[in-house]
Structures are given as C-alpha cells and as structure tokens.
Ligand binder design. Structure first.
Ligand code: AG3
Length: 279
C-alpha cells in the first residue's frame, strides 16, 4: 500500500510526503499528535495535522530559534522555552556553557513523552537526566505571570496561531514576556512564513512593537514548512542582533552547527522587500 501525507499550505497548494509507518497517533487534552516515519525526511511530528519537525530538517529551525539570541546576549544564564515539547530547542541551548538553567514550559505533556520515546535525536536533553534542564507541563501564560524579571532569554517555540498557541501571538502575552525578562533580556518567537502569512505577521509584529523597543525579523530556509521561507521575531530590551552581535564569540563556538554560523547570523536579518513590509 502507498501511504502519502499532505499538509495544505493554502487552499490550493500543499506538501506531500511518502509515509512508511505510523509510530504514534493519539489525541491529548489539547491537540491531535501524530508521529510518522517518512522516506525522505525521516521521522516527523504533526500537531493537528501540521508539520512541526522532521529529523532531516529540524536542525535549521532549532539552530535559528536559539543561536542568534544566545550569541547576541553577552551572558545568557537563565533561559525559558515556551512550547518546544520536542526538545530540539533545549538541545541547542544546552550547547551554550554560559547557560546555567534552561526551563521548558510545554502545555502538552504528551508531546514531551512521545518525543522522548520516538524522537530521541531531538529530545535527548529533556529525558529528565540533565540537571541544567527543568521541565514544566503548564500553560506558558500562567507560568510567566508567576516568573517576572527572571530570564535573560525567552524563546517562544509555538505552533501556528490556531489552537492552543493563539494567545502566544497577542500583545498581552508580549507584555508578560517583557516583564519576565531581565532589564537586558531578549525574546525570540517563531513568526510564520512572510510569503504565506502576511496578515498574521503584520498583527504579530505590531503587537511586539507596542511592547519592545527593538524588534527585528530574521529568516531561515525550512523545506517542510509552508513555502520553505520561514521567519523568527527578535524582540529585545537592549541588545540589537546586528549592531551588538559578538561575531568573535560566535566564530569561536566550541560546538558544531549545521545551519548557523557567524556570517549567516548577519545575513539572516537581511530581508526581501515583501517580507520587510510585514513588520
Ligand atoms: N514549531 C512549529 C512551526 C509552525 C509550522 N507550521 C506549519 N507546518 N504549518 C515547530 C516546533 C519545533 N520545535
């Protein structure tokens, strides 16, 4: 039998992959979770039918949601990840020796459990064995309300703004994030595709600008996401991701990054005209 999975990226376009095996399929209190094996991209996690990550291209997303902020902030010690239950973001954060503690606040415990079981290359640091990682199964909004003025960097590793993540794109949430950061803190959030999601971006970046003095967009090429042209928001109280970037420290990193490097850090903030119009 030939089994193919399609995620529609618009009414008329989608991405289709040949599936060899369904490893898990089930519904949590929050969403539908599926983990399947594909011929081209390896194991793949879907939430409510949308591609979250694949073994083959997750390095792009997880390098880019973490390293630009961690090489801009001079001394990131306390880091919070909201969402990110697959563990890929925490895995990259752990490569930074300056980080004393990374907290993962994921609303859906099933995503963490199934990632540890079925996606070990991503979830290797969230299996409960790393003392520098703290796991919290909780709503991100509720969590940061109780943890004001605590973090150097906060990364919002969310799904699209439908379902449980809607609140993570709103101004009220960004105000709470602002308060949860120390006075020179940085927030990163995945910010959808400039090609397909102009309206979502305009709304999201408007909300960020209402709260943070420095707001920039940067891009990454992620083959399995809508259009492949993906983006992240860099919202900051003090440090600018290009002007305050410590190129020497990034170049001297003592770990391998398959996507990120000190040249790409700067290049990622250079945007095509149509993307600039969304921020
Ligand atoms: N976060 C999901 C990005 C959104 C993808 N959207 C889509 N396929 N329509 C990824 C989580 C990885 N840690």
């Amino acid at each position: 039998m030939d089994l193919w999975y399609t995620e529609k990226h618009s009414e008329n376009v989608g991405i289709t992959m040949k599936v060899t095996e369904t490893l898990f399929s089930g519904k949590s209190e929050f969403q539908q979770l599926d983990i399947v094996d594909t011929l081209e991209y390896g194991r793949m996690m879907l939430l409510d039918g949308l591609v979250m990550c694949t073994e083959r291209d997750e390095f792009v997303y997880h390098d880019m949601i973490t390293h630009p902020a961690l090489f801009t902030h001079p001394d990131p010690k306390q880091v919070l990840v909201i969402g990110g239950g697959d563990g890929g973001t925490i895995r990259e954060i752990m490569k930074h020796k300056k980080v004393e503690l990374a907290t993962l606040c994921e609303i859906d415990g099933l995503v963490i459990d199934k990632s540890v079981e079925l996606l070990p290359s991503m979830a290797c640091e969230i299996d409960g064995n790393n003392p520098r990682v703290k796991l919290h199964v909780d709503d991100g909004l509720a969590y940061i309300r109780e943890h004001q003025n605590e973090f150097d960097v906060i990364m919002v590793d969310s799904t699209d703004p439908i379902g449980p993540a809607v609140g993570l794109f709103e101004e009220d949430f960004y105000r709470l994030v602002f308060g949860a950061l120390k006075e020179d803190g940085i927030m990163i959030a995945q910010s959808e595709s400039p090609f397909y999601h102009a309206e979502i971006q305009k709304n999201m970046y408007g909300n960020l600008r209402a709260v943070f003095p420095i707001v920039e967009m940067y891009q990454a090429f992620i083959p399995t996401y809508p259009s492949g042209f993906w983006s992240f928001a860099f919202a900051s109280k003090k440090y600018h991701p290009v002007k305050d970037f410590d190129r020497k420290r990034a170049a001297a990193r003592d770990f391998y990054t398959k996507y990120y490097n000190e040249d790409l850090h700067l290049g990622a903030f250079m945007l095509p005209t149509f993307a600039k119009e969304n921020i």
